[in-house]
Design a protein around this ligand. Structure first.
Ligand code: UD1
Ligand code: CA
Length: 455
């Protein structure tokens, strides 16, 4: 019974209620398009083929979701879920077909495995859900022995059927040959004038087949997104789940309701994350890392015993053990702080190395720069790396002291042990162990009188 498996994902709808020009399945949950989440869950079953049915904004959807593993079917006109599957069938060759939805993002592989199990000729599975309020869902009509007979859509249901609280999730699995037969028999003589996939259930029963109900345990994993309110509910539910998973792994969160992860976060032991932090892409935190409130950290690796003070923005950076960063620091791609370096407030660092134990504590821009060990960069130091056309490199050695308000005009080398006087504009290399001044000499006029107000 373990034949080959195709997964068909319906994603042709416009999503009018999103009130957006973007196709619905491209709206994002946790920073990824809804459709990506579904493909991710589908891929976990290792199916032989995945077919996505696109329609509204098909080109946009294809461009956004680019993947070699997908087959695409285009449903030019949205004539109903049954019609959508029909459009996909020519691209399907596997023995069994599992139908999913591009706007049901939190579906999980374990439920999908249950949905596929036992399916074969004359036997299909239907995933259902018990609902407090089944409004909008197709209702599952069962016979006296509890066997599934058919699905009745909300708009086609009478009073008694509307009272049924078991709803259709839309997820079904059937043998390809059976499904093709059912689809050929669909009619659109219903309230919406659509070809309903749900009518396949009745077809199956009519032909002496059996439909097994698979009860989903959590509403969130079968919930569809139709509007921004629902999108937000799923987003918050998903974020809370991630926060709880991290806490289970030992992370201390100041507020699990004010934590967002749009990507992957790996953590060591005894990590503390204060409120309102956002992590995106792939972030690694070592042990004993403390992240202050209001930080945004993307695609970065942070070593053991690092303290990130409040309000930092860190992207594509590597911060080694024992560093302190912030408050209000900005680390841009390829900023690399070696052990015990310090970067203070209102400092921006881009594509630069800050050597072990070196400090850039206040109000500086460091770009395209290599700083050695135990060097002190004074407040307001700027590496002038851009001449308006090209970027140039600054090299600063070990044990250098750069006085405050210095402009280092790149390309330039400040050798180890050199000192730069405050307020200098340095345009020539500074040799080792020298004092370098690049500023106008001070003039003192002793006879000068302050102007007075005229009468
Ligand atoms: C459908 C089910 C209903 C179920 C509900 C669960 C049918 C007839 N009804 O209703 O029993 O309770 O889902 O949410 O199947 N789509 C296409 N092409 C089409 C029509 C739809 O790709 O021609 C896609 C939509 O983009 C959407 C999904 O299929 O992702 C469901 O379509 P929708 O019209 O929202 O179905 P419902 O009326 O909610
Ligand atoms: Ca509909």
């Amino acid at each position: 019974m373990n034949g080959t498996l195709a997964i068909v994902i319906l994603a042709a709808g416009q999503g009018t209620r999103m009130r957006s020009s973007r196709p619905k399945v491209l709206h994002e949950l946790a920073g990824r398009p809804l459709l990506r989440h579904v493909i991710h869950a589908a891929s976990a079953l290792d199916p032989d083929e995945i077919v996505v049915v696109a329609g509204h904004g098909a080109d946009l959807v294809r461009d956004a979701i680019r993947s070699d593993h997908l087959r695409w079917a285009i449903q030019e006109e949205q004539l109903g879920t049954g019609h959508a599957v029909q459009v996909a069938m020519p691209a399907v060759t596997a023995d069994k077909v599992l139908i999913l939805y591009g706007d049901v993002p939190l579906i999980r592989a374990d439920l999908l495995k249950r949905a596929v199990a036992g399916v074969g000729p004359g036997r299909m599975n239907l995933v259902t859900i018990e609902l407090d309020d089944p409004t909008g869902y197709g209702r599952i009509v069962r016979g006296e022995a509890g066997e599934i007979l058919r699905i009745v859509e909300q708009k086609d249901a009478d009073e008694a059927t509307l009272a049924i609280t078991e709803g259709n999730t839309g997820i079904i699995c059937a043998s390809r040959e059976d499904l093709a037969g059912y689809l050929n028999r669909l009619k659109n003589d219903n309230a919406q004038g659509e070809y309903y996939l749900t009518d396949c259930i009745e077809c199956c029963i009519d032909q002496g087949g059996r439909v097994e109900g698979i009860l989903a345990e959590r509403i969130a994993e079968v919930a569809g997104v139709n509007n921004k309110q629902q999108l937000n509910e799923l987003e918050r539910g998903y974020q809370l789940e991630q926060a709880e998973r991290l806490m289970a792994e030992g992370v201390t969160l100041a507020d699990k309701h004010r934590f967002d992860l749009r990507g992957n976060l790996k953590t060591g032991q005894d990590v503390f994350i204060d409120f309102n932090c956002l992590f995106t892409g792939d972030v690694e935190l070592g042990s004993n890392v403390s992240i202050g409130p209001n930080c945004v950290i993307s695609d970065s690796i942070i070593g053991d015993n690092v303290t990130i003070l409040p309000n930092c923005v860190i992207e594509g950076a590597r911060i080694e053990a024992g560093c302190t960063v912030g408050p209000f620091a900005r680390l841009r791609p390829e900023a690399h702080l070696h052990d015990n370096a310090k970067v203070g407030n209102f400092v921006e660092i881009k594509k630069s190395e800050v050597g072990e134990g070196s400090k850039v504590n206040h109000l500086s821009y460091i770009g395209d720069t290599h700083i050695g060990q135990h060097t002190n960069i004074g407040a307001g130091t700027i590496t002038c790396n851009y001449d308006g056309v090209n970027k140039h490199q600054t090299t600063i050695g070990d044990d250098v002291f750069v006085g405050s308000n210095t402009a280092l005009v790149a390309p330039i080398v400040v050798e180890s042990g050199a000192t730069i006087g405050a307020g200098s504009t340095i345009t020539r290399d500074a040799p080792a162990n020298t004092l370098n001044l690049g500023r106008a000499k001070q003039v003192t006029i002793e006879t000068w009188k302050r102007p007075r107000k005229r009468d």
